[in-house]
Design a binder for this molecule. Structure first.
Ligand code: DX5
Ligand code: ZN
Length: 219
């Protein structure tokens, strides 16, 4: 069970003056994916990085780049992030007028499409697009910032999502994002999650701690 859990290190909590080195360190320490949070100060109340930075960072990693787009409108930027080296591109249904079309475009760019639900977004939003995605991401905080407190009410949504995924018979990753630490990791894994995004819990204490921090999340 524990071996099937993948850890996506969110570089939002890394030292932004040394992002390339941080990515190398966290990969060396056992991260399975590099989670990149793209924020525009409009869809969410914070601004991070854009496609040029993703492109500059991509050669520093061997592991897949899991790009979480918190920008609106999202459609005009899909190709930029694909070209920058994203492997997965995850989008919020609220970030554009046609989530189905957006996911089709991601697939046509030969990237793994993901759909992400905010804490206030009902689980049935995934039903019309489940056949299009390789990943469902359930937010366990409101998007915009690292270091927030896990919202336990989302555990039921994780379970409901796991049930929906099981019914498809397809391999769809179930990822969670926000407030993940060794304690909440246990809860989300029990609810059916198999990819855990973690920023604060991975990067705390500096590079000497990364391997132990990641191991602690696998349970
Ligand atoms: C929040 C981001 C998260 C964030 C998680 O909007 O989507 O990926 O980095 O940070 P922690 O793990 O600190 O809650
Ligand atoms: Zn994220």
């Amino acid at each position: 069970m524990a071996t099937s859990i993948r850890i996506a290190a969110s570089i939002l909590a890394a030292d932004f003056s040394r992002l390339g080195a941080e990515i190398e360190a966290v990969e060396q320490a056992g991260a399975d994916l590099i989670h990149v949070d793209v924020m525009d100060g409009h869809f969410v109340p914070n601004i991070t990085i854009g496609a040029p930075v993703v492109k500059a960072l991509r050669p520093h990693a061997k592991k897949p780049f899991d790009v979480h787009l918190m920008i609106s409108p999202v459609d005009p930027f899909l190709e930029d992030f694909a070209d920058a080296g994203a492997d997965g591109i995850t989008v919020h249904p609220e970030a554009g007028p046609h989530i189905h079309r957006t996911l089709q475009v991601v697939r046509s760019l030969r990237k793994k499409p993901g759909v992400v639900l905010n804490p206030g977004t009902p689980v049935d939003r995934i039903d019309p697009v489940l056949d299009l995605v390789d990943l469902v991401l359930i937010m366990t905080v409101n998007p915009g910032f690292g270091g927030q407190t896990f919202i336990a009410s989302q555990l039921k949504k994780i379970e409901a999502t796991a049930n929906r995924i099981a019914k498809t018979g397809r391999e769809i990753a179930l990822e969670v994002d926000g407030g993940i630490n060794p304690q909440t990791a246990k809860q989300v894994i029990a609810a059916g999650a198999n990819v855990l995004v973690a920023g604060t819990a991975v990067f705390k204490g500096g590079a000497k701690n990364y391997a132990a921090n990641i191991a602690a999340l696998r349970g």
